[in-house]
Design a protein around this ligand. Structure first.
Ligand SMILES: *Cc1c(COP(=O)(O)O)cnc(C)c1O
Length: 401
């Protein structure tokens, strides 16, 4: 017997907090939406957000951008990466990551992932030796941090820059240290489905004053960099202010006004995501066929989505499970599909780059399922979703316990 149908939307985020709405209305009343349009003595919403993000993250500097992808492009360019450089990144990530590498003229080389969806550090070392990359853009896809201490050491020993894509790990930690603080820079996204929601938006953090001065000019600061909220001192801009192209990727005050109250509440949101993740994972764990990624003790993750594997599954059965779950209102994404659907994360869809051989990543993705856990779901909803998934899996893999 199948459980009853689930009827909430997997793409419905929580409402924007009332404080955010009030602040956004205030910005609109003022007419000063552009981040450099300030009244005398006024700190813009964007500058205040940068100051608050840096304080929250524990980084010296922060820059607000128009999107997470823009933050990644700016990071690469500010790190001096461009034509002829190789940048290594995860074989399993979202399209804006290889997109950013290609956009600066560099060549993405994809690194295998492990069965636990983390960057495979053995393969990373092989690819470093083989390609002599300029940088590693570690993409903590779906919130899975690799051994960050080891990754940092590997990059430092090889003299390779480390940039973190923290679109799914904003607020996560490795051995107590925040994701985004291990390398030269960390990039976050405030696109609707991430841990903060301003529709579109990105944040870049770093402790390096030369890097951040270049990033700020690149973001489109003109000579108005003095109006930034968490920027290096004037002297760092002197050297670069006329040397960096303007990529025009600023955040505006409306978005920053929406984000600031959300940042105040983010720790609570992270806690609620993890409650929901646990509710689903406990039920999935009761089914022997379902493999959940192991979570190392050093990792404090944010369960804003959940992944599981059905190793050895064939396409036909995977499609049946997805279809049955959909009939019961549960939106599963299966990464083994041949054709890209929705947001693309499968490397064969990225035909603007060289075809890459990733047999182990492909094998993992052939049995990989993924689901969002928006905070509009109650913990009880998450239990129901877990039961639906287990029922659908048991129906098609009847020999599982
Ligand atoms: C969302 C996302 C980004 C950045 O996306 P934007 O939509 O440009 O903000 C980068 N990496 C990953 C893994 C993502 O999911």
């Amino acid at each position: 017997m199948l459980p009853i149908r689930f009827d909430k939307s997997f793409t419905q985020q929580e409402a924007i907090p009332e404080d955010s709405i009030a602040a956004a209305i205030e910005v609109m009343r003022s007419g000063r939406l552009h981040r450099y349009n300030v009244a005398p003595g006024e700190e813009s919403q964007v500058a205040a957000l940068e100051r608050e993000v840096a304080a929250w993250q524990g980084s010296r500097y922060a820059l607000a951008c128009s999107s997470g992808g823009a933050a990644l492009r700016i990071a690469l360019r500010a790190a001096g990466i461009g034509v002829g450089d190789v940048v290594l990144t995860n074989g399993f990530t979202l399209a804006p990551v290889p997109g950013a590498i290609v956009a600066v003229g560099a060549r993405p080389v994809l690194v295998e992932i492990t069965e636990d969806l983390r960057l495979d550090l053995d393969d990373l070392q092989r690819q470093i030796a083989r390609h002599r990359p300029a940088a590693v853009m570690a993409s903590h896809m779906r919130g899975h941090l690799c051994d960050m201490d080891l990754l940092t050491r590997i990059c430092a020993d090889a003299g390779v820059l480390l940039i973190e894509d923290c679109a799914h790990t904003m607020g996560a930690r490795w051995n107590g240290r925040r994701s985004g603080s291990f390398g030269l820079a960390g990039a976050f996204s405030s696109q609707t489905y991430k841990h903060l929601n301003s529709g579109e938006g990105g944040l870049l953090v770093s402790d390096d004053p030369d890097f951040m001065a270049r990033a700020i000019i690149l973001s489109g600061s003109y000579m108005l960099y003095g109006r930034h909220g968490a920027a290096p001192k004037e002297q760092y801009f002197e050297r670069v202010r006329l040397k960096m192209p303007n990529l025009s990727a600023r955040m505006d005050n409306l978005r920053a006004a929406i984000l600031r109250p959300q940042l105040v509440e983010i720790e609570d949101a992270l806690r609620r995501w993890n409650e929901r993740y646990r509710a689903v994972s406990e039920i999935l764990d009761s089914c022997r066929a379902i493999m959940l990624p192991r979570r190392p003790a050093a990792e404090a993750f944010v369960g804003s989505s959940i992944q599981f594997r059905l190793p050895e599954i064939c396409g036909e059965v995977a499609r049946k499970i997805v279809a049955d779950a959909a009939d019961l209102g549960v939106e599963l994404k299966w990464f083994g599909a041949a054709e890209p659907v929705g947001f693309t994360s499968a490397h064969p869809s990225w035909q603007y780059m060289e075809t890459q051989e990733l047999p182990r990543t492909d094998a993992v993705m052939a049995g990989l399922f993924d689901m969002r856990l928006p905070l509009t779901f109650e913990v009880e909803d998450c239990r129901q979703i877990g039961q639906i998934i287990v029922a659908c899996v048991r129906r098609h893999l009847p020999d599982c316990g």
